[in-house]
Design a protein around this ligand. Structure first.
Ligand code: BTN
Length: 259
């Protein structure tokens, strides 16, 4: 069933001091990333959040498309202005915040796939896309875009059906998008503030990483590495043990499981 996104229950549940306090809702956008970027360029404060009920050109990592039908899911982008030092933490904090927020509202056990997918069982529930803009040698802002399959009917997905899931597919009933969004923004602000205080948030991220201990193939740029995913470092990099025993550190890439 299609439900409108309602501002009132979202705002009533929002516990943050800045995340989502400036909030822009659009029934349809090509991509919330571009609208949030325009906001950032015009000086919007940290935490500004742009949500669209549907996207006509939703994008994922590595130039992929993000399926974004109306009335079902969450597609939002947030304006952040971290120090360069905390930019890499966003890659860990966002998926962790999504996993925790979904657990808070729906009670689902969500896990993470390196670097920043949220899984339930083997299937993908949510993805995170971080785009940053530099000016004068420093970080000007980052736009973090999050797509969460909340009430998506996965039977409509065609070939993605085996690899994607939604909160409703897992629960067997629909979940309120407004509550999920408020919970995720709340969890994000807590974790982001903890990271800025110097707390080791990567440990919670690492504890949920399903990728560790698996034989994987990681592609990045035109390179491929294979081996045992042995560790994840405090800056979010993955450490692989190659078959010849050597170790390699990978900062970003795309993981597939091998056996
Ligand atoms: C991925 O897993 O590849 C990242 C998916 C990110 C999708 C979100 S939906 C909101 C924002 N707008 C976009 O066009 N993409 C991100």
């Amino acid at each position: 069933m299609r439900h409108e996104f309602s501002l009132e229950p979202f705002q009533a549940r929002l516990t943050t001091s800045y995340m989502g306090r400036r909030f822009l809702f659009y029934p349809s956008l090509p991509s919330t990333q571009d609208a949030a970027r325009q906001e950032a360029e015009s000086g919007a404060p940290e935490g500004t959040t742009v949500l669209a009920d549907q996207q006509t050109a939703g994008r994922g990592r590595l130039g992929r498309q993000w399926v974004s039908p109306a009335g079902a899911n969450l597609y939002f982008s947030t304006v952040l202005r971290p120090d360069t030092e905390h930019l890499r933490s966003l890659v860990m904090i966002w998926p962790l915040a999504v996993a925790m927020g979904v657990e808070d509202v729906a009670g689902l056990a969500a896990r993470l796939k390196w670097p920043n997918d949220v899984l339930v069982g083997p299937r993908k529930l949510a993805g995170v896309l971080i785009e940053s803009s530099f000016r004068g040698g420093g970080l000007d802002y980052a736009i973090a875009g999050i797509g969460i399959n909340v009430n998506l009917d996965v039977s409509l997905l065609g070939e993605l059906r085996d690899t994607a899931t939604s909160v409703s597919a897992e629960l067997g009933r629909e979940a309120p998008r407004e509550e999920v969004l408020a919970a995720v923004l709340g969890r994000f602000e807590e974790l982001y503030e903890a990271a800025r205080r110097g707390e080791p948030v990567h440990l919670d991220w690492k504890a949920r990483l399903d990728t560790l201990g698996r034989q994987v193939r990681v592609s990045f740029g035109d390179k491929v590495e294979e081996g045992l995913a042995e560790d994840a470092e405090p800056d979010g990099a993955l450490v692989l043990r190659r078959p010849d025993g050597s170790r390699v550190r990978i900062e970003a890439g795309d993981v597939t499981l091998r056996g």
